[in-house]
Design a binder for this molecule. Sequence first.
Ligand SMILES: [Zn+2]
Length: 464
Amino acid sequence: MKHPRKAWLPDLLWTGERFESDIAIVCDDKGKIVRLANERSLDCDIVRLRGRAVLPGLVNGHSHAFQRVIRGRTEYRSAERDSFWTWREMMYAAATRLSPDQVFTASRMAFYEMALSGITSVGEFHYLHNAPDGSRYEDPNLLAKQVIAAAREVGIRITMLRVAYARSGFNVVPNPRQLRFIENDPQAFLRAHESLTKDAAFDVCVKTGIAPHSVRAVPLDYLRILEEFAAEHGTLVHMHVAEQKAELDACRHEYGTTPVELLAREGLLNERFTGVHAVHITEGESRHLARAKATVCACPTTERNLGDGVVPADRLFEDEVPISLGTDSQTQIDLLEDARELEYHLRLEKQERAVLAGKRDSGIDSPARRLFECTTLAGARSIGHNVGLLEPGREADFFSIDLSDPSIAGWTIDSLLANIVFGLNRTAIRDVVVGGNQIVSDGLHPLGEEIIHDFVELQRNLWL
Ligand SMILES: [Zn+2]
């Protein structure tokens, strides 16, 4: 057995149930947690995290990293009614221009910001494949590899969910602004995915999955071929579902039913499936997801920014559908804000409080724990990394917070998690560790200055 390499000893540690003191995380030289131990029993190097509480690293279930370049550039009203669809035009303006190097620079900025906010793993829903004129690069994974390299340089884990995108929509003329996304041939798509998966086998921090973009962009025949492959290989499948009402209308027009109903009817929902958004779903559709043991990834900071609607998290929880969270459009990168918004949107809608509190024996419960599990365990399950809880056998991914930060001052041991979930400033996050490697120390990442400098340069060139 390998000798434990290092132990991390904070003032408090979140066990998944409560905060406890005098517990160190002991990890081996492969970056896995081998045990949780008190100080007296430690026989290796100790990193003391004084005045800090440690929690499992956050898992960002849904990201389009390059969209970081349009933050702040879509916040105005144009002549027509502004909506998701007008925002999408601005996103295309960026997507059609970025060079491979610029894809790296933009992605690295997004991942750097994620690392500073305690995110240690990301599911990247990646749909830029071709050159700007629509021609294939010699390596169809050129841009996917740029994104993976960006995540690894920052130091976070990534699941590359390579997107299948076959068409603009049912009976819709091809949109030249989508040329970089299109891969008409499902076999070519699967070959590219397999090649990426082979490369990923060399790095424990990189995993892969497939992501048929949506029912709109991938016709049923194509979907069936992808699912047949995924079932055979145990591949994770992510898909945008029911984000916009117009998407539901188009699906009804083509198939006579809604996206989730269609996927259920076709047997395409299962425990490997994550439906991203699931804003406009019925009670019946929630039950379909539950029966199939599928999961949902909500992205509330993006959904509020785009005016998508409210994820019916109460109904999904009632049916025991796990909900992970994603930063999606990168309009804000702060997964704890997504967690609190999941609850707050429902409060506004229902004019009630603590809507997502679970039913505990005491009859009194805070939604904080459930929301925190959305940012950790549910995300880990959805993107397939062995993280989300600080326990032996899992990867040593965690972050620390400054217990004297003004945003949580006055906490008690029982209210600390609720203070964090509902009130923590992102800047209170001090240390971030991925697989036993410290990537953020006292709020700083060693590449921070360079990453910001290159990104500012990119923005200047991109929006001339
Ligand atoms: Zn998305």
